[in-house]
Design a protein around this ligand. Structure first.
Ligand SMILES: [Zn+2]
Length: 299
């Protein structure tokens, strides 16, 4: 499944330091969680994502010889690597940076899905995670000394106590529970109105992914499952997850939504589904794939 959004492009080679070619590179410049892009007028078409009220009709990354054409001094700059031979850089704009020049703007990543070129969109997800990590590890978590960026690998090291900090990725399991002609979907209180999705939760220390899935499903909806089958995985930069998706079968238990976590959960007939997450997420890919198989079987 190569077309999963946020998947590293095949022609991207990650690196920590440039070869110093001096050629123009792509710049992934973020102010908080929004990316600097040159952008067209709002698209007349609906976005297909309940979280995105409108999106630009087109958007392009800045291609700069270095960061000099930026109108502010970046708070931090990281080299990402090369995309088909072109250098890629990440930079963070300070919050007080002045507004971009005409024709340019700051856009959230969700609004840029299917607008920005896929490879650039994926690398924007990588860039924001690395900028976050770099900002959050300026000081050693053990002794408090300022850390230093390593030049031979992506890490920050403490010169006092030698503790090394690597970019953190939090594995999260997604579970689509099925039984005869139906799938179990739930909604968390912060979902857009009417939207339901597969269940998900973070793995805990000491758990396998399968154990995590069984625990999460039982905690969130009070249901027991079996026959856990791997579907696919997706890097998910909101803020630093790796989503690992599975399908599984209901064994026993009636739905009992976990207070505070799950606002509602139901069995949905595969022919009558509610509003679903957009195709930006593995949740939608998982649901579409499983529903497609189930419909084919019952056709
Ligand atoms: Zn230290």
């Amino acid at each position: 499944m190569n077309d999963m959004p946020f998947t590293s492009p095949a022609d991207f080679a990650a690196a920590v330091a440039p070869d110093d070619t001096g050629a123009p590179g792509f710049w992934f410049v973020f102010q908080a969680d929004r990316l600097l892009v040159e952008l067209g007028p709002p698209s007349p078409h609906p976005s297909g994502d309940l979280r995105v009220p409108s999106r630009p009709s087109w958007a392009r990354l800045p291609l700069l010889k270095n960061n000099n054409p930026l109108w502010f001094e970046p708070a931090r700059t990281l080299y990402l690597g090369r995309l088909a031979g072109t250098d890629c850089w990440a930079a963070e704009a300070p919050r007080q940076a002045e507004a971009p020049p005409p024709g340019w703007g700051w856009e959230g990543l969700r609004a840029l899905f299917s607008v920005l070129e896929d490879a650039h969109f994926a690398l924007a997800g990588r860039a924001i995670q690395l900028l976050d990590w770099d900002r959050n590890h300026r000081f050693c978590g053990r002794c408090g000394a300022p850390t230093e960026a390593k030049t031979e690998e992506r890490s920050r090291a403490c010169p006092q106590c030698r503790l090394a900090a690597y970019p953190r990725i939090s594995p999260a399991v997604m579970a689509l529970v099925r039984r005869e002609g139906e799938i179990l979907l739930g909604r968390s209180p912060h979902f857009p109105p009417g939207m339901y999705s597969a269940l998900a939760g973070f793995a805990e220390p000491g758990e396998t992914l399968e154990q995590c899935l069984e625990r999460e499903v039982e905690e969130e909806v009070g249901v027991r499952v079996s026959r856990i089958r791997y579907f696919a995985s997706q890097p998910w930069p909101f803020p630093n997850s790796l989503m690992i998706a599975f399908v599984c079968d209901w064994v026993s238990g009636e739905i009992r939504p976990q207070a505070g976590e799950i606002e509602d959960a139901k069995w949905f007939n595969v022919l009558q589904l509610p509003k679903l997450p957009s195709k930006i997420s593995i949740a939608r890919r998982l649901i579409d794939s499983v529903v497609g198989e189930m419909q084919a079987k019952h056709a």
